[in-house]
Design a protein around this ligand. Structure first.
Ligand code: ADP
Length: 198
């Protein structure tokens, strides 16, 4: 079974693309959603976070104190690296468990991660897809989706690796600029992955 990593900057449309693949019957592992869940559900990770950032990282009921963690890691690359060193291996463990449950006969799966290249997660995949879209369109989409200001979105964009760097690392590109059909592009890749294993 081929493992295909898929990524793209905020608002590029990577979740939308994944939903099209899901409609073709392809299972998708959503690394960022899993990362959020395991912050409270993986005992090893919870213990690591408490050791690194203090017991106040969680409420007595076990809820994550997002504000506390964000304050510590925001604009502090050393603390952020510490957090990532705890979270990324835990996501890899969750991915391995998820893979074991994929039904036999599934030709390939997708792993969606915003930081596919930055986290080294692409190394656990055989192929990678990058979804790209012009920045003004991404900003417009996220403003409508998350009701954030253009400045807030730009600040998030600035923290991510640039598309130019990611294009060099990706095996396949999907252009979500509304000038080309998204479904056709996904269909072409779908057939390519299926033929690769046939
Ligand atoms: P990402 O996961 O990369 O942040 P999303 O897939 O959530 O991006 O897309 C951002 C927003 O833009 C969503 O509200 C989505 O419905 C919308 N969107 C994405 N692609 C298109 C498209 N081709 N046409 C119209 N809306 C789109």
């Amino acid at each position: 079974m081929i493992k295909v990593g898929i990524t793209g900057g905020i608002g590029s449309g990577k979740s939308t693309v994944c939903r099209i693949f899901e409609n073709f019957g392809i299972p998708v592992f959503y690394a960022d959603t899993v990362a959020k869940n395991i912050m409270v559900a993986d005992p090893l990770l919870v213990a690591g976070v408490k050791a690194a950032f203090g017991v106040e990282s969680y409420s007595p009921e076990g809820r994550l104190n997002n504000k506390h963690i964000a304050q510590l890691v925001f604009n502090n690359s050393e603390e952020l690296a510490k957090l990532n060193a705890l979270v990324h291996p835990a996501v890899f463990r969750a991915f391995d468990r998820w893979l074991e449950a994929v039904p036999a006969g599934v030709p390939y799966i997708l792993k969606e991660a915003a930081l596919l290249f930055e986290s080294g997660s692409y190394k656990t995949c055989d192929q990678s897809i990058l979804v790209i879209a012009p920045l003004p369109l991404r900003i417009k989409r996220v403003m409508e989706r998350d009701s954030l200001s253009a400045e807030q979105i730009q600040a998030r964009v600035d923290k991510q690796m640039s598309d130019d760097e990611k294009i060099k690392m990706a095996d396949f590109l999907i252009r979500n600029d509304e000038s080309q059909s998204l479904i056709l592009q996904v269909m072409q890749l779908h057939h390519q992955f299926i033929n690769r294993i046939a």
